[in-house]
Design a protein around this ligand. Structure first.
Ligand code: NI
Length: 266
């Protein structure tokens, strides 16, 4: 299985912008043909609910009961279900750009898809991605967020707080304080989120953000689905010398976890 060569090289000013602000916008990381193929593949993976039984597909924004309409369907590791996703120009660019931003020891680190269905896709509240991860490690990662159709404020493009990538991991909780919900939100009152910057981008473009960059996406109020295909890159996590705890992760009791646990039983 071979990845095509990358098609993009960042300029020095783009690299500086990323390290100063904790995010960056790029107009195109793929081709029209590949974009159309990824969109078809994306819709098929969600239509077929691949990975549901083992907890790889679930509702990020709701309680995720069987048969209930998902507020924010998410699929982890889509290339496990469609291996050709490992051979995309998009992925080649993710690897090359991550090496430019974070050094040659960096590589691919996971991918997922988040769908905001037309007309009702729920907002993704303000959060830092690191808040979801194992608190025993330190991270240095980039997250590439590609919409497979134009992403506007109305359809749920990403918003960032410039400079927040240099902050600590702030206090989070499950969305709405409901521990049955996988998705996290920043506990209110810690920072002023009104300084957030909206980042609309065309189909096939990306926003890139760091593991602690605070970000948000509004609801999808348009009549088209908002498909986001996210790929992460970075150096391997490093075990922390000082332990820390993420109590919001310890508190979670999700249906997704139950399905994942049950599917691992012999
Ligand atoms: Ni995020």
């Amino acid at each position: 299985m071979a990845m095509p060569p990358p098609t993009i090289i960042l300029t020095a000013s783009q690299i500086e912008f990323y390290h100063t602000n904790g995010f960056l916008l790029l107009e195109s990381l793929t081709t029209d043909d590949e974009l159309a193929w990824m969109r078809d593949t994306y819709d098929r993976l969600f239509d077929e609910k691949v990975g549901w039984d083992e907890g790889a597909q679930f509702d990020l924004g709701g309680t995720d009961e069987d048969g209930k309409t998902a507020a924010l369907p998410q699929l982890l590791g889509p290339s496990n279900f469609e291996p050709k996703l490992k051979e995309t120009i998009y992925r080649a660019n993710v690897v090359a750009i991550t090496k430019q931003l974070l050094g040659d020891a960096s590589d691919m680190r996971g991918e997922h898809m988040i769908l905001k269905p037309a007309g009702y896709g729920a907002p993704t509240p303000w959060h830092q991605d690191e808040a979801y991860w194992n608190p025993a490690f330190d991270y240095c990662t980039t997250n590439f967020w590609m919409p497979l159709q134009d992403a506007t404020v109305e359809s749920g493009c990403l918003w960032f707080i410039p400079g927040s990538h240099r902050w600590q991991v702030l206090n989070h909780q499950s969305i709405g304080g409901d521990v049955r919900v996988h998705g996290l939100e920043l506990v209110e009152g810690q920072i002023d989120t009104s300084v957030g910057v909206a980042c609309p981008i065309p189909a096939g473009g990306v926003t890139i953000h760091a593991n602690r960059t605070l970000h948000y996406a509004g609801p999808n109020t348009t009549d088209q689905p908002r498909r986001a295909y996210i790929q992460g890159g970075g150096a391997p996590p490093v075990k922390r010398t000082e332990p820390r705890r993420f109590p919001w992760e310890e508190a979670k009791q999700t249906a997704r976890e139950e399905r994942a646990h049950a599917s691992r039983k012999p």
